[in-house]
Design a protein around this ligand. Structure first.
Ligand SMILES: Cc1cc2nc3c(=O)[nH]c(=O)nc-3n(C[C@H](O)[C@H](O)[C@H](O)COP(=O)(O)OP(=O)(O)OC[C@H]3O[C@@H](n4cnc5c(N)ncnc54)[C@H](O)[C@@H]3O)c2cc1C
Length: 447
């Protein structure tokens, strides 16, 4: 009893002395920068004690800060740096069930077992488990594995100053709101998730296409017979051309890939549209080897260059990503190209994937359809082009990916995400009090 009383007292004193530090934060795009009061609790108990004593008016959790949008930013508010919540707790190789803290990264999951991989991986393995839940992220295998939330068994969530465990069986509404909930239901402390029993090695294959029609047909009929598929498109070419890379797990054991290059902070921009035209020409002409590689190398080629976003200079980059009806995909992509030309912007990198399965969160992005992501140098012309593309997507009942966008307006968001009312009802029911620049911009919360 003596020990418990003193331990409680120490935690409470520790929590009270936890200092906030004013920091300028950005997201991966580097396009938005806001000042926030940051806190880095050492453990869950310290955070719990802090929230029992202090009642910050405006609070959001931050993972690895790899979203392109404003969901991990909170101008003049509090931001919880969850980087200390990075412990693997328990793994059962018979069931593939892992229990871990929210800030464990996808990269950490590769360290657990040579025969297990995450079911769903985004384009970067530095994202955290909580961050992947908060945007219900998708990979190159939606046709097999759906999106991230599908593989979550339960989530422990710090709401106000108590922890709620939600799942498909308990607090179901809170579970569906937390998946793709952009951190607005509470702070994810622990998670139980299933890993995929498969080797870390994949056999790759590549196919070139000179027309959008044949590309979409291939991806819908043949491509989905592979474990993974993704198309790299050159939208700046007179007739859009594409390369589809597919991959399938093999039995070989391969070791982790180490990063070769880190881009330093640059006082200038090192990416120009003319350069990308030259790069694309070389890329599309190159003869590709089909080879057995580590899944990371296939799935996350950009992770090979650390901080590649710095190549875009101080104003950063901006990405458009949306999902739309596959049966009209060719016409829609052609219209998007027209809008880009009208606004005189050149796409730097464009990627196309196919979804066949919907996400289970109220605000999940995934729905059956074709998804196109396009990177631009961030400037006024690119922002205007994206605003026009967002308006077009609203008109054709498509959906813009919230993890990538920071230009969508509240009325467009409501039309694209029809379960937003259920989401907001859950926030009210559990008196969730989280707030971010994202929730303010989309009219989900206000101060
Ligand atoms: C190079 C690159 C490629 C990408 N490719 C893809 C892709 O293929 N598919 C895809 O779907 N996405 C992709 N993304 C987007 C990225 O996967 C998501 O934005 C993901 O959410 C980032 O995770 P994070 O840990 O950095 O979270 P942050 O960016 O730090 O935060 C994102 C959200 O998670 C919430 N959050 C973080 N930690 C917690 C917590 N402990 N409790 C509650 N909420 C929390 C935050 O409040 C915020 O709302 C890519 C991003 C990059 C940089």
């Amino acid at each position: 009893v003596f020990f418990e009383v003193n331990y409680g007292l120490i935690l409470s004193l520790q929590a009270k002395s936890m200092r906030t530090q004013k920091n300028r934060l950005s997201s991966f795009s580097q396009a938005l920068k806001t000042d926030a009061l940051c806190l880095r609790p050492e453990n869950e108990q310290e955070l719990l004690e802090y929230l029992k004593h202090e009642h910050p008016k405006s609070l959001i959790a931050r993972g690895a800060g790899l979203s392109y949008n404003d969901s991990c930013l909170n101008h003049q508010g509090h931001v919880i740096d969850t980087s200390r919540f990075n412990h693997l707790i328990e793994f059962n190789p018979d069931s593939g069930l892992l229990i871990c803290q929210g800030n464990v990264t996808l990269r950490d999951l590769f360290l657990i077992h040579p025969q297990f991989t995450p079911f769903v991986m985004p384009g970067t393995i530095h994202a955290t488990i909580a961050g992947c839940i908060a945007h219900d992220i998708h990979g190159k295998n939606n046709h097999l594995a759906a999106s991230f939330g599908q593989h979550i068994l339960w989530i422990e969530l710090l709401v106000h100053n108590h922890i709620i465990r939600c799942s498909r069986e308990a607090h179901t509404d809170l579970f569906h709101a937390t998946i793709a909930g952009a951190g607005l239901t509470g702070i994810i402390t622990r998670v139980a998730l299933c890993l995929n029993q498969s080797s870390h090695c994949v056999q790759t294959d590549n196919h070139s296409f000179e027309s959008l029609q044949t590309l979409i047909e291939y991806m819908s009929c043949d491509g989905i017979n592979n474990d993974y598929q993704v198309a790299w498109i050159d939208l700046s070419h007179t007739a859009p051309r594409a390369i589809v890379s597919v991959a399938n797990h093999t039995k070989r054991v391969l070791h982790k890939v180490e990063h070769a290059l880190t881009i330093p902070k640059l006082p200038f921009r090192a990416i120009y549209p003319w350069m990308m035209k030259w790069f694309n020409d070389a890329y599309f002409k190159r003869k590709r080897k089909n080879q057995e590689v580590h899944l990371e190398l296939f799935n996350n080629p950009l992770d090979g260059i650390r901080h590649w976003n710095r190549l875009y200079g101080s104003k950063g980059l901006i990405q458009f990503q949306a999902v739309f009806d596959t049966s009209c995909a060719v016409g829609i992509i052609e219209h998007l190209i027209t809008l880009m030309k009208l606004h005189k912007v050149t796409p730097i990198l464009s990627v196309l994937k196919l979804f066949t399965k919907a996400g289970m969160g109220y605000l999940s992005f995934c729905t059956p359809g074709t998804t196109l992501a396009i990177d631009f140098v961030n400037n006024q012309a690119a922002q205007n082009a994206i605003k026009a593309m967002n308006a077009y997507l609203t008109e054709i009942k498509g959906r813009v990916y919230l993890a990538k966008d920071f230009l969508l307006r509240p009325e467009q968001f409501k039309l694209m995400y029809q379960n937003h009312e259920q989401f907001e009802e859950v926030l009210q029911k559990y008196q969730c009090c989280m707030h971010s620049d994202f929730s303010q911009r989309l009219g989900i919360t206000s101060l």
